[in-house]
Design a protein around this ligand. Structure first.
Ligand code: SF4
Ligand code: SF4
Length: 266
């Protein structure tokens, strides 16, 4: 059974996969799996882009998003226009989907699109026409950074063991596994206002509401980053030799946060 493995940390946001999907499917008919994709409005593979943080502590993150080719697919339970191939790919039959706009509601992940011109519900086929020839899906073939991979489940056992599913929601046992999905960060800078200098090597201790702790030190620019955090309320303690400790309590993390310049006094 085939799976997709997507390592978000390797994605550089080139949009090549999204364009490759268009190149493969727009104006091309791959029956019995797909009629042509329209050149606008459909993203059978969509690169989701999100900006985290506030200037100057900002990070852009990209997440390729497609049909999850679920094992216990909610769409298949709703309509027999969807079916699962023995290799795990879920297909929306272009003949049975004709004229059925309601099928776009069958997917909790929002990956089914309506083709107004053809009056047809459509979605990612996993490039089943290429897979039948022993080739990878076009998006996977295009990806130069190996962020997108496709293959036999057993060959990816190591990656799958540490992978996550896209959220929300998690339904239907997806066959698209994600590594390094974007999480939140807390960042800032520590400085000495009397000397007008940054403080390198200050010791930072971050504590969550459940008592989990992370430690770090400021770098050569006085900067610190705590990455891959979950939404919560945090307390940050900053210590540096010769300075009074600083405690920042009640840091509410809902989106990635630059808490700015933190002064320390001797
Ligand atoms: S082709 Fe690869 S690197 Fe480029 S946007 Fe897609 S997943 Fe990211
Ligand atoms: S992601 Fe949506 S369309 Fe794809 S298999 Fe799952 S429920 Fe069906």
């Amino acid at each position: 059974m085939k799976v997709f493995v997507i390592d978000v940390a390797k994605c550089n946001g080139c949009y090549g996969c999204q364009i490759a999907c268009k190149d493969e499917h727009v104006d091309n008919e791959w029956m019995p799996y797909a009629k042509p994709q329209p050149d606008t409005g459909h993203f059978w593979l969509k690169l989701k882009e999100k900006t985290h943080g506030q200037v100057p502590k900002v990070r852009l993150e990209y997440t390729p998003y497609l049909c999850m080719h679920c094992d216990d697919a909610p769409c298949i339970k709703k309509s027999d226009a969807f079916y699962k191939r023995p290799d795990g790919l879920v297909i929306l039959d272009p003949v049975k989907a004709q004229g059925k706009k309601e099928l776009i509601e069958a997917c909790p992940y929002g990956t089914v699109y309506w083709n107004e011109e053809l009056q047809l519900a459509q979605k990612c086929t996993g490039c089943a026409h290429l897979v039948d020839e022993g080739k990878p899906p076009r998006c996977v073939e295009f990806c130069a950074t190996d962020a997108l991979r496709f293959g036999e489940e057993e060959d990816f056992a190591e990656e799958i063991a540490k992978a996550e599913f896209i959220q929300p929601p998690v339904e239907g046992r997806p066959r698209v596994y994600y590594l390094n999905l974007p999480k939140l960060f807390i960042a800032g800078e520590v400085w000495d206002p009397e000397e007008d200098e940054i403080i390198e090597g200050a010791k930072l201790t971050l504590t969550s509401s459940t008592g989990m702790t992370w430690e770090g030190t400021t770098d050569g620019f006085g900067d610190f980053w705590f990455r891959r955090l979950c939404p919560d309320t945090y307390c940050l303690k900053i210590e540096a030799e010769g300075y009074q400790p600083v405690i920042k309590a009640g840091i509410k993390l809902e989106e990635s946060l630059n808490i700015g310049d933190i002064p320390m006094h001797k």
